[in-house]
Design a protein around this ligand. Structure first.
Ligand code: F6P
Length: 525
């Protein structure tokens, strides 16, 4: 049955949802009695604990959600991912990011093994100082030029694992076509000790192309013909012809493959900045953590499966509680880039309005994902979470141990902030004197608690979110691995760019765009 709302489980969930919409429903009352709710509504996998007890769920809900997953053939879909079936059906491609973290001894993908070996050799040469620039200097600064999946993952992981940095090089990330991004990044760098990584699966993304040209112009400076670029420009791409045409030495091109989506690619050579920052051993630990989550996803029963249960809770709220957004709030400064990374992972994967057959969907699909670090969020958007009019579930993320020495007491204060927010969202508080002070409560949340922020655990956490997204796409019968919606904007940006560049009156554009272009010209005169 292709339309999820036609399944008997969906119909049963619709009826069942009324139980949680009664005016006297109190989420906190689900904890009453001797049912020790936490044990029944939490899951553990290695160093991760998922506490999903503060949700609109009882045993019947769980049973019906698992029924829905089975009626949507989720076990078969999970198997299909791992066997390399064309689950990216609109492009007739596999989505085999799990192959990128398969251990060497069991991998069936020699190209992945070979690329990891090339990465290891390159990282070793940069760290040893045997990869030198044109003046014989060692490389001290690496500038990754890329956007979306060619930047967000490496930037997140490099930042989160800064405590594991080997210190050999400093990493910089340039993504925005706004020239101030690359200009300010290069301000304090020296051409002789800077290496650029042009990260672009297509090698045709306008932002990355423009920044790559700007980088080369900066590098060559005035004495263009005297500076060999060979050891200062690498490319990571599926389009090696375009990279060679740009002037990258073919030996400095690391491959990507069409069975790896951009937002699922940090485990590939796109992760080279990560390996350069934290070393290849730690990069392999990241891969191992993701692989551990892959094994869990592939083998655990549906109701014991962490990504499956997280996804089913989202499907429950999206489909039956008029939920249009959810927030991810890591109580960890190291994960401050996680919401931005997840925005692409969630919304570029699930922002679809036709199903895999091309028919319009009849149910709500991808939600708006937003968030930011805690505890800062408590001093900006938490007011809306506590007293706003919308139903917005929250995923809290925290680490049991501080990643700094002698910070345990303040780290416990951070954890107290995190746990108390989840409690306050659930419990609320009634003020009989003033309705302005009433806090409704009944706001659901998950808490993901990990023992420590390590490469292994971060790999498991990110893989958890990747598989959560895939499960939701299966339940909703949509393709999580294409992104046709971004193509029109790309094409129109070239049309408008040409209109700017052509001296005459802009033609063939709507009145708004034409007027905006003319105003820019007037103010630039
Ligand atoms: O946003 C569209 C998109 O194609 C993403 O899917 C991708 O991660 C990003 O642009 C960059 O694409 P590329 O790696 O081909 O430059």
């Amino acid at each position: 049955m292709n339309n999820p709302s036609d399944t008997s489980a969906w119909k049963a969930l619709l009826a069942h949802s009324k139980e949680f919409k009664q005016h006297d429903f109190r989420l906190s009352e689900l904890f009453q009695g001797s049912n020790n709710r936490f044990d029944s509504f939490s899951l553990r996998h290695e160093n991760l604990l998922l506490d999903y007890s503060r949700n609109y769920l009882n045993d019947e809900t769980k049973r019906l959600l698992v029924d829905l997953a089975n009626q949507r053939q989720l076990p078969e879909a999970i198997a299909a991912m791992f066997t390399g079936a064309a689950i990216n059906n609109s492009e007739q491609r596999a989505a085999l990011h799990v192959a990128l973290r398969e251990p060497v001894e069991s991998s069936e993908h020699s190209e992945v093994i070979d690329t990891l070996a090339r990465m290891e050799k390159f990282v070793g040469r940069v760290q040893a100082g045997s990869w030198t620039g044109f003046s014989g200097n060692r490389i001290t600064d690496i500038v990754n030029i890329g956007i979306g999946g060619s930047a967000l993952g490496p930037a997140l992981v490099t930042d989160a694992l800064s405590g594991f940095a080997t210190g050999h090089v400093k990493l910089h990330f340039v993504s925005n076509i706004d020239p101030s991004h690359i200009t300010t990044t290069l301000l304090d760098l020296q051409p002789e000790s800077t290496l650029f990584i042009i990260a672009s699966k297509s090698f045709s993304t306008l932002e990355t192309q423009q920044n790559a040209v700007a980088a080369r112009r900066w590098f060559l400076g005035k004495d263009e013909d005297k500076k060999p670029t060979r050891n200062h420009f690498l490319a990571i791409t599926e389009n090696s012809a375009a990279a060679t045409n740009f002037g990258i030495n073919p030996e400095n091109i690391f491959p990507l493959w069409d069975w790896i989506g951009g937002r699922y690619s940090l485990w590939s050579a796109i992760g080279l900045p990560i390996a350069l920052a934290i070393g290849m051993d730690n990069f392999r630990q990241l891969l191992a953590g993701a692989h551990a989550m892959d094994r869990h996803f592939k083998s655990a029963s549906l109701e014991s499966n962490m990504p499956v249960m997280m996804a089913l809770i989202t499907v429950w709220y999206r489909g039956f509680f008029d939920c249009h957004s959810s927030a991810v709030v890591p109580y960890s400064q190291g994960l401050k880039l996680l919401p931005a990374y997840l925005q692409q992972l969630y919304m570029e994967s699930l922002g679809k309005s036709v199903d895999v057959s091309g028919a319009a969907v009849s149910i709500g699909t991808g939600e708006v994902l937003w968030g930011g670090v805690g505890s800062d969020g408590q001093h900006s958007y938490f007011q809306l979470l506590h007293q706003g009019s919308d139903f917005i579930p929250v995923d809290f993320i925290a680490f049991a141990t501080a990643n700094l020495a002698d910070a345990e007491a303040q780290h416990r204060a951070l954890l107290a902030k995190c746990f108390s927010q989840s409690l306050a969202l659930m419990a609320g508080e009634t003020d009989p004197e003033s309705p302005h002070k009433n806090i409704a409560g009944n706001k659901p949340s998950n808490t993901l608690l990990l023992n420590a922020l390590t490469p292994y655990n971060l790999g498991s956490l990110i893989a958890l979110f990747e598989h959560k997204v895939y499960v939701q796409s299966v339940i909703w019968n949509i393709n999580a691995f294409d992104q046709w919606g971004v193509e029109l904007g790309k094409r129109l940006s070239r049309v408008v760019f040409d209109a700017f560049e052509n001296a005459g009156e802009p033609s063939g554009l709507d009145d708004s765009t034409t007027s905006l272009i003319k105003q820019v010209r007037e103010w630039n005169c």
